[in-house]
Design a protein around this ligand. Structure first.
Ligand SMILES: NC(=O)c1ccc[n+]([C@@H]2O[C@H](COP(=O)([O-])OP(=O)(O)OC[C@H]3O[C@@H](n4cnc5c(N)ncnc54)[C@H](O)[C@@H]3O)[C@@H](O)[C@H]2O)c1
Length: 275
């Protein structure tokens, strides 16, 4: 049995907590809930209705708890940057939804080294994309090119630092417009809440400095589309997924939360499917 603590009771966290309660996440038991927003914390706690769960607004309290051996992060990039190294040092395995934090190579190496030393795991769910299995296999030999094109409704992108800094107004678009082209490393800084997938793809493939990202704002889009193309010694890969938006957060695709649930199930399963 995995004893888990959850940081973040928002869109993904709520879906994860409810799925664990319903037995959809394999041998996972939720022991701790944390959110800085007390109201959100209390609401989810009441919805789950399990008095064996402890709750806190203080991340450190959760990290220190001897009850848990896996911390599920569904909060923010800042939470990963600030707390992932110390959580590992406390002997906790991690499952991170804010994968974008690991675009910081220094942090990525640091958490990798602590986990190696302490024999712990850091699980990064494939989130809102499909095709990571192929990219991982392909990465054993040379991959020449990886690109991801993400097409989103402008309301999923509003507030992104890149748009604010460059004074790009996407609120009155009438047709699809490319708002960013560049490398994954810059994409995640410009769109920290939108392109975690580009960083997951980079970590599975050729890295954040080489993975190409294009972001398109489409006023008629009702779903978020991610298309991936890769070329290398293996051949050529093309994937496309059209995701429904999470009902509680239009920046998040619903399947990202499901990928988290499936990762928890995988951790506790004897048969491991996929690369
Ligand atoms: N890997 C992927 O494919 C993928 C897809 C979508 C979203 N994400 C990322 O997952 C994370 C969660 O997404 P979401 O849609 O659930 O967001 P959300 O905004 O709905 O929920 C985040 C919750 O975390 C809480 N929180 C923030 N800082 C905290 C702190 N210091 N301590 C405790 N709680 C804190 C917030 O109060 C909020 O309730 C985000 O970083 C998002 O960018 C990843």
């Amino acid at each position: 049995m995995i004893h888990a603590g959850l940081i973040g009771c928002g869109a993904i966290g709520s879906t994860l907590a409810k799925a664990i309660k319903e037995g959809k996440a394999g041998q996972t038991k939720l022991d701790y809930l944390c959110d800085i927003e007390k109201e959100l914390l209390d609401t989810l706690y009441d919805e789950i209705g399990d008095e064996t769960i402890e709750k806190t607004t203080d991340i450190l309290e959760l990290i220190e708890s001897p009850r848990i051996d896996l911390i599920i992060e569904a909060a923010s990039r800042e939470v990963v940057t600030k707390y992932a190294p110390s959580a590992l040092k406390k002997g906790k395995n991690l499952m991170l939804m804010s994968v974008g934090a690991l675009a910081d190579t220094k942090l990525c190496n640091e958490v990798n080294n602590i986990a190696l030393e302490k024999n712990l795991k850091i699980y990064l769910p494939s989130g809102a994309i499909c095709g990571l299995d192929g990219i991982k296999a392909a990465s054993i030999e040379k991959i020449d090119h990886v690109e991801i094109i993400s097409t989103k409704n402008p309301r999923s992108l509003i507030g992104a630092p890149y748009l604010l800094v460059n004074d790009i107004d996407i609120s009155k678009l009438e047709k699809p417009e490319t708002v960013f082209t560049g490398k994954a490393k810059d994409a995640i800084n410009g769109f920290p809440k939108n392109v975690n997938v580009a960083v997951a793809l980079s970590l599975a493939g050729i890295g954040v400095e080489k993975t190409h990202v294009k972001i398109v704002a489409d006023p008629n889009a009702t779903k978020t589309r991610h298309e991936i193309r890769a070329i290398g010694d293996f051949g050529e890969l093309v994937t496309k997924i059209d995701n429904y938006l999470h009902p509680e957060n239009p920046k998040t695709s619903y399947i990202a939360a499901l990928a988290g649930v499936r990762t928890l199930k995988k951790i506790s399963e004897p048969i491991q499917i996929g690369t």
